[in-house]
Design a protein around this ligand. Structure first.
Ligand SMILES: Cc1cc2nc3c(=O)[nH]c(=O)nc-3n(C[C@H](O)[C@H](O)[C@H](O)COP(=O)(O)OP(=O)(O)OC[C@H]3O[C@@H](n4cnc5c(N)ncnc54)[C@H](O)[C@@H]3O)c2cc1C
Length: 505
């Protein structure tokens, strides 16, 4: 047993630390099939104090530490880069600490899931607005804040989950604990505002992908859930990419307050129906692309007025209502009423058996996405030879493309794009050529999409280093980020290697 293990074991009880080979392998991956890094130790602290002690020892021993919430990053963000280090599993820290009903703020430990938090809030008629990511049933709020997550519902109205952030408690890489926002004033009794008391230091940790500190407590604004809601789904006419972008843009230009608006491309509808993974599409007359909206209101009149304005936009753009019931294909109703917002992506990703996604999530202006989707098709054709190397073995070609396009705050959308492929273990054998080709294609696609100027918000192991390797950051920006990292984390122990921050040792 290593010295490091023995020191760490004294901090948490034996039950919450392991160097067992099975446990280490269980923590060696995230969602993708291509990246693996086996940690030396997995540890499950109960509070900030224990994390402070763990980080101090990790600094003494020069060991990498990787914070992990639910571990469902798509770019290998919550497992080590290479085989080493300590995975800090935060899922034990999953308690709600306070609901300030008067000031509409909830404070919870960072390892809690969006699902558990919102289940608690709904008993008080409240919700978090942006419901986190589409993986919110298990994804943690700490992971969400570290990624600027968006996509789990409410994102057209509220934007990314970091928009609702009020205050953070963070353990810095050297072990000190800070609280941000109103809590920077030691006389403040409770968190109530993020901005002020100097620069927005909470913002430093938003979307940091776990490199600047370990979030231990998160205070978020909460909102009363409006009494009225409407949800409608429409079949798109031909040229659906352009038409959908036009519709989403018109919604913004008319200033209509939608809760969610989403474009689901025809390929996803067809495969969803063929595979039976989206039962609500079964009765669709034509397997075309879909667009839907969900809206909320405090009165019936307000709801009707918003629906009227939205329907006018749909009709003008020749989009046809599929019907009001889920069985008619009204995915908007399923999304809002049956919490499809937290199930949708799971259905998508299991759509073709044994195919796994090598994806990416980015933000871009609404009018830009048709061009990006067309270019992904073009990329797919250009890379046919490499795709063929995989299909020669698997007898099925990987598919490149995009998941649904979601309106977020501003006139921006979230695009999930990438390709689905096979794991190198196929039909009882390991095929190195699949692994090599997957990595090559994934890099090539992400580089291509990056050149459209998109903004990646989940970066992990893969995307954070790729941005540096392909020279996508401006030099000044990258150096600025590196200087902050060096000050906060002189030994570069926290999430070592992301953004190519490796340290000198
Ligand atoms: C089916 C499916 C659907 C998804 N849909 C979406 C979506 O709609 N939108 C979206 O944004 N993402 C989505 N994701 C990706 C991912 O689940 C989310 O980004 C989620 O927010 C990650 O949360 P997590 O708890 O799993 O974080 P992890 O994967 O454990 O960690 C994510 C990153 O944050 C760091 N981190 C985690 N917790 C902390 C902490 N407390 N302090 C400091 N750093 C920390 C990690 O080191 C890592 O870099 C989806 C994934 C799946 C599998």
């Amino acid at each position: 047993m290593s010295d490091l293990y023995q020191k760490l074991e004294k901090i948490v009880s034996e039950k919450y630390i392991s160097n067992d080979i099975y446990v280490r392998h269980a923590y060696s991956r995230n969602v993708d099939i291509a990246l693996q890094g086996i940690p030396d130790i997995v540890i499950r602290p109960k509070d900030a104090q224990e994390i402070t002690e763990i980080l101090k020892i990790a600094n003494e021993e020069n060991s990498a530490v990787i914070p992990r919430g639910a571990g469902i990053c798509e770019f290998g963000g919550s497992k080590p880069i290479g085989d080493n280090g300590i995975v800090l599993d935060l899922k034990r820290m999953n308690n709600i600490l306070n609901l300030d009903k008067e000031n509409l703020i909830v404070t919870a430990e960072a390892g809690i899931s969006w699902g558990k938090l919102n289940e608690y809030l709904c008993h008080h008629g409240l919700y978090t607005g942006c419901m986190g990511p589409g993986s919110g049933m298990s994804a943690s709020i700490g992971g969400g804040i570290s990624h600027h997550s968006v996509g789990g519902g409410g994102c057209a109205k509220y934007g990314a989950c970091t928009n609702q952030l009020v205050s953070l408690e963070v353990v810095l890489p050297t072990g000190e604990v800070i609280e941000t926002g109103s809590q920077a004033n030691k006389h403040s009794k409770f968190p109530f505002n993020r901005f002020g008391n100097g620069p927005d230091l909470a913002g430093l940790f938003c979307g940091d992908n776990g490199i600047f500190g370990v979030k231990t407590k998160v205070s978020l604004q909460v909102f009363p859930k409006p009494e009225y809601a409407e949800y409608k789904t429409f079949l798109l006419p031909r040229k659906e990419r352009i038409v959908s972008a036009k519709i989403l843009s018109e919604i913004r230009h008319k200033g209509i307050d939608v809760y969610d608006a989403m474009y689901i491309m025809d390929l996803l509808v067809r495969v969803g129906v063929d595979q039976g993974s989206m039962p609500m599409y079964e009765n669709l007359k034509r397997k075309r692309g879909l667009i839907f909206y969900t809206i909320e209101a405090n009165t019936e009149a307000e709801l009707e007025e918003k629906a009227k304005q939205l329907d006018e936009i749909m009709i003008k753009n020749k989009a046809e209502n599929v019907g009001s019931e889920i069985s008619d294909g009204n995915i908007a109703k399923w999304h809002y009423v049956e919490q499809g917002h937290w199930q949708f992506y799971h259905n998508l990703w299991g759509m073709v058996p044994s195919n796994q996604p090598l994806t990416a999530e980015s933000f871009c202006p609404t009018n830009k996405y048709p061009e990006i989707l067309n270019d992904i098709d073009q990329w797919d054709m250009e890379n046919n030879e490499n795709m063929q190397k995989i299909s020669d073995i698997t007898k099925m070609r990987p598919i490149a493309g995009s998941g649904p396009i979601l309106l977020i705050d501003g006139n921006n959308v979230e695009i999930t794009c990438g390709f689905t492929s096979f794991w190198s273990y196929f039909d009882g054998e390991i095929h190195d050529v699949i692994q090599e080709t997957n990595l090559k294609l994934w890099k090539s696609l992400l580089e291509r999409v990056t050149k459209h100027g998109v903004q990646w918000y989940m970066m992990g192991d893969f995307m954070s280093r790729l941005m540096v390797d392909i020279g996508a950051y401006s030099e000044e920006y990258y150096n600025f980020m590196k200087s902050i990292k060096k000050i906060l984390d002189p030994n570069m122990i926290l999430s070592r290697g992301k953004f190519n921050f490796w340290g000198d040792k």
